[in-house]
Design a protein around this ligand. Structure first.
Ligand SMILES: [Zn+2]
Length: 285
């Protein structure tokens, strides 16, 4: 029998705390918290093959995006149940994952390109960042569909000597606006990476367990979505304890990626090193 989605001890502790002190009360003159959700696709319930994420219009790709929208709906419901007054969603997957007819009530979704800045719509007025359907960094042995920015060219990034994946990149950009990560969801490896980078106060919700890059133990959607809903409620309660994630500037950066001289040739490793002085340009390096 499949185990229940993994709830970490900190998450459980957070829920208990909520019951005791009721820390989801009104903020900012009566309005509930403003939450920004940055989404991806590889970390959604039921997604474990690149054929589900690299295309846009194939039956497999459309089905995967429906899975993702079901996860998003569960998170938005949880945030609203906890009193969130405004929820902005950024369609962060490379070729988009939002299906407009399934946008859940209470959310506004930003999609399409080009967009103003790496996290369009985010500013200092937000209280928390949720990273939904995220995945572990390139090279994670048990990371389902693990990659950092480009799965095909197998990019890897080091900032001040620390290899970092997408969740650290997005958290660092949000950190520029003083917005803390309050919840991350993906496979178990993504949750582990979250604790490594942003600590235990950020709620983590695993929706599957990775066995390899394109192999996973999948769990019933009824269970993963219940965990996402309840995790989102806990995430709102965790806001007062969550700290923005920052990387010390200027950043000494290194990037490694594969270049394919011919379509069927083995990749050739390229390396670039440099300095990043503005965190908002992090993803341009
Ligand atoms: Zn990604």
């Amino acid at each position: 029998m499949a185990p229940l989605p993994t709830w970490t001890t900190p998450l459980f502790a957070c829920c208990m705390l909520t019951l005791v002190v009721g820390c989801t009360g009104p903020r900012r003159g009566g309005a509930g918290p403003k939450i920004y959700i940055c989404t991806d696709l590889e970390g959604a319930s039921g997604v474990y093959k690149f054929t589900q994420t690299r295309e846009r219009e194939t039956p497999l790709a459309i089905e995967a995006r429906e899975y993702f929208m079901g996860d998003l709906a569960a998170v938005v419901r949880g945030l609203r149940d906890a009193g969130a007054s405004e929820i902005v969603v950024l369609d962060g997957h490379g070729n988009g994952a939002i299906l407009p007819h399934l946008i859940p009530p209470g959310a506004r979704c930003i999609t399409g390109t080009p967009r103003p800045g790496p996290l369009a719509g985010l500013d200092e007025t937000f209280d928390g960042l949720v990273m939904l359907s995220f995945h572990a960094m390139m090279g994670t042995p048990d990371g389902v569909l693990c990659h950092t920015q480009s799965s095909r060219t197998e990019n890897r990034y080091w900032y001040n000597g620390v290899e970092s994946g997408e969740l650290a990149q997005i958290a660092a950009i949000a950190g520029h606006f003083g917005v803390p990560p309050i919840m991350v969801s993906g496979d178990e490896a993504t949750c582990r990476e979250t604790r490594q980078f942003v600590g235990n106060d950020c709620v983590t919700v695993a929706v599957k367990k990775g066995l390899n890059r394109e192999a996973a133990e999948l769990w019933p959607f009824a269970e993963t979505r219940r965990a996402l809903h309840d995790g989102a409620k806990c995430a709102v309660a965790a806001i007062p304890r969550c700290k923005p994630y920052t990387i010390r500037l200027p950043i000494q950066a290194k990037k490694q990626w594969l270049v394919f001289d011919k379509p069927d040739a083995p990749g050739r490793l390229e390396t670039k090193e440099g300095t990043i002085t503005d965190i908002l340009t992090l993803l341009d390096f």
